[in-house]
Design a protein around this ligand. Structure first.
Ligand code: PRP
Length: 213
């Protein structure tokens, strides 16, 4: 029985997300409109994923008087899971322009539904950074599970997973395998179908974002 209650998940509800998710789900949506909707939702996801970052204070001077200034007191690394994760990462970089970016290349085997790794490039500093792993789709959870395990092997200690649409099956897998990792998402859909696609979902995010179908 797949759980429907997840402790480690922030589900963001917002009218803009509802409208843009509808655009993303609609099979008739063309590439340009798909990219626009994904990027708008990604900004909201980024805002929530970053909202409890530690801050440091210091004194600044306005034209009027001295006051307290703030800066983020944590280095951030964004790690998109290729390809589809690239559609989310730019929005995080808008907020944290000096964030490092690591890349993990993996695709899901169509027969076995298991992830196949084909590339990794993780910058130095992963041990101490807040590492935001981004991928629009969490289906079986195999790709995210592999990505998080790999980053932990590299020393990552502060991990978050940012996703657009999650299946309950994938969330359950992450809660079992990575209870220390918080997930931020815009939708928890019904289930997976026999081909391990999210239902109702939006199809293959990477193909639709890059126009490869
Ligand atoms: C999709 C998606 C995730 C993965 C989710 O990638 O973007 O990475 O599948 O499935 P899982 O939770 O069952 O592992 P895909 O293999 O289609 O590669 P792509 O991003 O290059 O299109």
């Amino acid at each position: 029985m797949v759980s429907q209650n997840f402790e480690n998940v922030t589900l963001i509800e917002h009218p803009v997300i509802n409208r843009d998710l509808t655009i993303l789900r609609d099979v008739s949506t063309k590439t340009a409109e798909f990219r626009g909707a994904l990027k708008r939702i990604a900004v909201i996801l980024a805002y929530h994923a970053l909202k409890d970052l530690p801050q440091k204070t210091f004194e600044i001077e306005t034209p009027i008087e001295k006051t307290t200034g703030y800066d983020i007191d944590q280095d951030v690394m964004v790690v998109p899971i290729l390809r589809a994760g690239l559609g989310l990462s730019d929005s995080l970089l808008q907020f944290i322009p000096n964030a490092k970016v690591g890349h993990l290349g993996m695709y899901r085997d169509e027969e076995t539904h298991e992830p196949v790794d084909y590339y990794s490039n993780i910058p130095d500093g992963v041990e101490k950074d807040m590492v935001l792993v981004v991928d629009p789709m969490l289906a079986t959870g195999g790709s995210a599970d592999d990505a998080l395990s790999f980053l932990k092997e590299q020393g990552a200690q502060h991990l978050r997973f940012v996703s657009l649409i999650c299946a309950p099956e994938g969330l359950q897998r992450l809660e079992e395998k990575h209870p220390d990792v918080h997930t931020i998402t815009a939708a928890i859909d019904k289930k997976l179908n026999d081909d391990a696609f999210i239902v109702p979902g939006l199809g293959d995010a990477g193909d639709r974002y890059f126009g490869t179908t």
